[in-house]
Structures are given as structure tokens and as C-alpha cells.
Design a protein around this ligand. Structure first.
Ligand code: NDP
Length: 444
């Protein structure tokens, strides 16, 4: 049995029941096999893979809080500090009822490789709680965040572990947690990212994931001798990532013809008018179908996803598993020649197989949406320097990082003769840097 298979078999026995984590671990370690086999003896001796698949530590704690009616509740809080070989742990906090240890281990494991790809000194981590912020008052969310941080503060710090937002944790929650951290420790330091601009947040952070997605897409298509200019682009979602991906794609001369939400999608053959979307989604907090009231030449398709629309490029920016094998086939049959993922894991395994088989350009989310965490790391740099960079400075660095990620991924794929298989390229490129650092730091 190969070293990779041996480690995975042992992992399955040790963590039976952690389905999400085991699936993520299998997908990654299968694809890094060529890089492991090239150094198998040294890695085996150093128990490198056995260490890579186990978090350095997992902190679990109770989070007691009181609702507005005086009723007491207890949620579970977690921080998975997965790997600090190349920098302090970095990764979001998720507040959602589905949160459990397996999901956070899966997300933390993925984060190690995504963060490594950015080229910045950040390790991998993830955390959160099974608390559901939906339907809670501001005061309840604040009390919960304060209670959560009253425990978490012991384990994080600007040079130790720097959490950020994720599902259910936006600017409001980061603000409340930052306030409590400062109150308890007396430290004004960059311990969280995604902060408000008035207390250490970074310009261009809201734009970063969507812009970064389009920067890497642009580099990928240019290297294939194609162009974003005049390309027809289909985008799903209409939240933060989708909006800024639309903006940057339009700036680079592409025509974005769809956006969606969980109820349906809009099709505008003349190109999405983003000012209308900003008004509906960010000011009125409405639904995407309202777009057709303002732009009567557009159409709304209730209960459908946009993957049947003819396009050159697809940028899924909504949620996990939103493109299945059938959707991918439709895209390919309609002439789509590139897919890049703004969302985390939007394509299921069948869809990825279909892209690779058809040899269309495909950049997985781990590389394509790394602009968000990269800009969070730029926020950490600004906090350490006690400086605020201009929008243009941050955006320029973001662009360089995304172009750099494309080349790292493409070169790693090529080095192991996987040519345009950027899934393998992204995993290997992310792995090699972490592996080098772990080997150099000895048996820790
Ligand atoms: P938002 O909450 O701002 O927007 C999410 C969008 O996706 C909304 O339009 C939402 O519609 C839609 N959506 C959610 N669930 C579904 C569903 N089941 N079917 C169809 N549409 C759905 O999130 P973000 O834009 O920040 O994040 C989008 C994706 O990008 C997520 O996968 C996230 O993990 C990933 N990501 C985000 C980063 C960031 O910096 N924001 C960084 C890296 C990855 P509705 O309003 O109906 O719920």
C-alpha cells in the first residue's frame, strides 16, 4: 500500500463518522500523491502526512448566553488550529446550526492549502459555533459574541491565531467580538480581520473575493490565448462575491448576463446593470427577481439555476454543490470554455470530472476565491504597521497575488505532467510550501 493510502486508511479508522472531514482529506491527499511519492522516504520518516492530517489542537467550549426574554441558552464554540507551519492560524468563524467538529476540520484543512497558495505567511484554522444568528435581535447577537469571545480570547492573538468572518459572521459580529477582546485584554491589535474601516479594517476587503476571482480568471484565459473582452459570463448568487465579480468582469469588457439567489435567476441579454442590483440587494435587502421590474428587457426564472444559459465563462458565486454533473454537461454543450469558482466547493465531484474530461479551463475555489483571505492578510500587515493603505495599493497587491496564484497552480500541474488539471496543481502547489516548512521545523 502506498504511504498516502496507508495514512488515509488509518485516518478513516481513527475519525470514523467525520464524513465531511474525511471526504476533504481524501480529495486533497489523492491529488498530492505525485508530490508525496517524489519524496516518499523522507516524508514517511518524518511522519509528515500523519501530522498534516491532524490539527495541532482543537479547542471546544460552551457558550452560555441569555436571550431578550431572560431565557438562558448554551451553544458549543470551537476553534480548530490546524496548521501553523507557515504562519499564525488564519480562517473564519462560522455561526450556523449545522456547525460541528467534522465540518470545521474539513474547512480548516482546506484553508491550510488556500492560505499557502496566497504566498503570504498565514497558517490554516477555522472555528465557529452552532449558534443561529437568524431571527436574533442585535442585543442577543452582541451578548452571544461577547460570551463566545470571553472564552476564545485565551487562544488567539495577532501573532498566534487571527480569525475572520464566514457564514453568519459579518461586520457586526466581528465588531462585537473585537470590542470584547479589547475590553478583556486591553490590547488594540489585529486579532480579527474583516473589521470596520474606523477600527483597523482594510479598504478593498469587500471587493476582494469577487475582484480576485476575475483577476485569476483573466490570467487563466489569457494564458490559454483567449480574452475576457466581449466574453459572455454567467454568474450565480447576488451577494458580496457575485456583485464584485460582476463589477470587475464588466470593467474588463465582459458581458455578465445572469445573477441569482436561492429563489431563481435573472437573465439580462444586454448585460447586468449593477447599480440596479446594488440598490435591490444592499439598500433595500430585496430579492433578485425585483430586477425585472426595473429592467423590463430582462427575464426572471423562478426556481431555476443559470447553468442552461449559453456562455463562454461561468463563475459560480453562491454556495456549495450548486453545479452537478448534469449542469456541467449543459454548460459544456452550450459552449462554455472556462469555469472559475467564487464560492467554496460549488461544483460537485461529477461536475469536476466533466470539466476535466472536456478539458475546459477550470480553476477550483481554493485558488480562485483566495483573494478574500489574501486581503485579510493584507489587513493584518496594515494593523502591524499601524498604517492604512489606499484602495489602489490594496487592489494592486491583490491583483499581483491572484496572478501569482495562477502561475503557481499552472506550474505545479505542469511539473507533475497534469498540464491543465488545476485541481491537482492547486493542491500540490499549496502542499509543497507547507511540507517544506514542516520538514524544516522538525518533529513538532
Ligand atoms: P452572501 O451571503 O453575500 O451571498 C450569497 C449568495 O448566494 C446570495 O445571493 C444567496 O441568495 C445565494 N445562495 C445562498 N444559498 C443558495 C442556494 N442554496 N441556492 C442558490 N443561491 C444561494 O455570501 P458571499 O457572496 O460572501 O459568499 C458566496 C460564496 O463565496 C460562499 O460559498 C462563500 O463561502 C464563498 N466565499 C466568500 C468569501 C468572501 O470574502 N465573502 C471568501 C471566499 C469564499 P439568498 O439571498 O437567497 O440566500
Amino acid at each position: 500500500m502506498s504511504y498516502v493510502d496507508e495514512v488515509f486508511e488509518a485516518l478513516k479508522k481513527k475519525h470514523a463518522g467525520e464524513d465531511e472531514f474525511l471526504e476533504a482529506a481524501e480529495r486533497v491527499i489523492e491529488t498530492i500523491k505525485p508530490a508525496v511519492e517524489a519524496n516518499e522516504e523522507a516524508y514517511r520518516k518524518a511522519a509528515l502526512l500523519e501530522r498534516l492530517v491532524e490539527p495541532e489542537r482543537i479547542i471546544t467550549f460552551r457558550v452560555p448566553w441569555t436571550d431578550d426574554s431572560g431565557k438562558n441558552h448554551v451553544n458549543l464554540g470551537y476553534r480548530v488550529q490546524f496548521n501553523s507551519a507557515i504562519g499564525p492560524y488564519k480562517g473564519g468563524l462560522r455561526f450556523h446550526p449545522s456547525v460541528n467538529q467534522s465540518i470545521l476540520k474539513f474547512l480548516g484543512f482546506e484553508q491550510i492549502f488556500k492560505n499557502s497558495l496566497t504566498g503570504l505567511p498565514i497558517g490554516g484554522g477555522k472555528g465557529g459555533s452552532d449558534f443561529d444568528p437568524k431571527g436574533k435581535s442585535d442585543a442577543e447577537v452582541m451578548r452571544f459574541c461577547q460570551s463566545f469571545m470571553t472564552e476564545l480570547f485565551k487562544y488567539i492573538g495577532a501573532d498566534e491565531d487571527v480569525p475572520a468572518g464566514d457564514i453568519g459572521v459579518g461586520g457586526r459580529e466581528v465588531g462585537y467580538m473585537y470590542g470584547q477582546y479589547k475590553r478583556i485584554t486591553g490590547l488594540y491589535e489585529g486579532v480579527l480581520t474583516g473589521k470596520g474601516l474606523s477600527f483597523g479594517g482594510s479598504l478593498a476587503r469587500p471587493e476582494a473575493t469577487g475582484y480576485g476571482l476575475v483577476y485569476i480568471t483573466d490570467e487563466m484565459v489569457r494564458n490559454a490565448g483567449k480574452s475576457l473582452k466581449d466574453a459572455t459570463v454567467v454568474i450565480s448568487g447576488s451577494g458580496n462575491v457575485a456583485q464584485y465579480a460582476t463589477q470587475k468582469a464588466e470593467q474588463l469588457g465582459a458581458k455578465v448576463v445572469t445573477l441569482s439567489d436561492s429563489n431563481g435567476y435573472i437573465y439580462d441579454p444586454d448585460g447586468i446593470k449593477l447599480d440596479v442590483v446594488f440598490e435591490i440587494k444592499n439598500v433595500k435587502r430585496g430579492r433578485i427577481k425585483e430586477y425585472v421590474e426595473k429592467v423590463p428587457t430582462a427575464k426572471y426564472f423562478e426556481g431555476e439555476r443559470p447553468w442552461g444559459v449559453k456562455c463562454d465563462i461561468a463563475l459560480p458565486c453562491a454556495t456549495q454543490n450548486e453545479i452537478n454533473g448534469e449542469d456541467a454537461k449543459k454548460l459544456i454543450e452550450n459552449g462554455c470554455w472556462a469555469v472559475a469558482e467564487g464560492a467554496n466547493m460549488p461544483s460537485d465531484a461529477d461536475a469536476i470530472d466533466a470539466y476535466l474530461k472536456a478539458k475546459i479551463l477550470y480553476m477550483p475555489g481554493k485558488a480562485a476565491n483566495a483573494g478574500g483571505v489574501a486581503t485579510s492578510a493584507l489587513e493584518m500587515s496594515q494593523n502591524s504597521e499601524r498604517l492604512s493603505w489606499t484602495f489602489e495599493e490594496v487592489d494592486g497587491k491583490l491583483k499581483d497575488i491572484m496572478v501569482g496564484i495562477y502561475h503557481k497552480v499552472a506550474e505545479a500541474a505542469k511539473k507533475y505532467s497534469y498540464e491543465t488539471d488545476f485541481v491537482t496543481g492547486a493542491n500540490i502547489a499549496g502542499f509543497e510550501k507547507v511540507a517544506d516548512a514542516m520538514m524544516a521545523q522538525g518533529m513538532v
